[in-house]
Design a protein around this ligand. Sequence first.
Ligand code: PHE
Length: 359
Amino acid sequence: MTDIATLQTETLAAVTGADSLDALEAVRVAALGKQGNISALLKTLGQMSPEERQVQGPIINGLRESLTTAIAEKKAALESAALNARLATERLDMTLPAPEAPRGSVHPVSQVMDELAEIFADMGFAVAEGPEIEDDWTNFSALNIPETHPARAMHDTFYFPDTDAQGRAMLLRTHTSPVQIRTMTTQKPPIRIIAPGRVYRSDSDATHTPMFHQIEGLVIDKGIHMGHLKWTLETFLKAFFERDDVTIRMRPSYFPFTEPSAEIDIGYTMQNGKRVVGGSDHWMEVLGSGMVHRRVIENCGLDPDEYQGFAFGTGVDRLAMLKYGMDDLRAFFDGDLRWLKHYGFAALDVPTLSGGVGA
Ligand code: PHE
């Protein structure tokens, strides 16, 4: 009897003193495990006389039960203490500033396209779009480039193996000029649009990539002449490069879809090995342009004696290189995060005429 009382006191003291789940488990095994001392006591019940068992049975079982309960309570207490300790170490202070998170950037091509849209929107131009998969009538024939025309070969066109329902050859558009056709066949003059987008040619070196970006401009109205073209391009280039001393030079040129045609050169000077727009030390070709050819206007169902217009086209990637000082076109399409971080723009750097299109 005294033995049992001592055992109870000692074991309960061990339970109370256990300072970890492992220590508690060791106490439990020593008392209630297969070889445990309480288990051994329970086994003695079998050898007792029925009278003795009637007295000892409830005492020993009571001891086992009280220990089991004490161990369960201690276990719950230890577990909740462990959880509280963990919560305390893992607490986040929500009032601290957010940690530096990886950020994306706006690609210079996207940025420049937004700048161009902003500048031309201010001059009353709408943005038009056309598909990148074109038929050869819209990309070539309607633009006065018949099948036998050498310009077709010059464009290094990617053709699709199949024709469309009308038997027209399908291709990846080689320039944005087919948007001229799509606009003139669906809209009534006066027309003032720009059409930025991707174009494709089978060509690849430091200054050519198989996919690049162009922007097309088209104005169709009554009484339009080359003076309008020159003013528009000069105004655009001054706004784009954000300087009034932009010099341009118009050189006679040839495009099948414009007559007369002019290439626009922009003047620049070299400063510390970099091209700086302005002046007339050097010239660089930046735009193709001209008065829309009578035959193109006719092909779109308009009367060329009533309506005239001008068109221009230029490479967006090249404009971006010139303005922001990159020298390898291929880097535009490598997806190199270091390049994007250096040349990319923050999402909130939205170009506006009032705030500056150059950011
Ligand atoms: N489409 C021509 C090119 O890709 C550019 C151009 C557009 C020229 C409009 C004149 C008028 O080179």
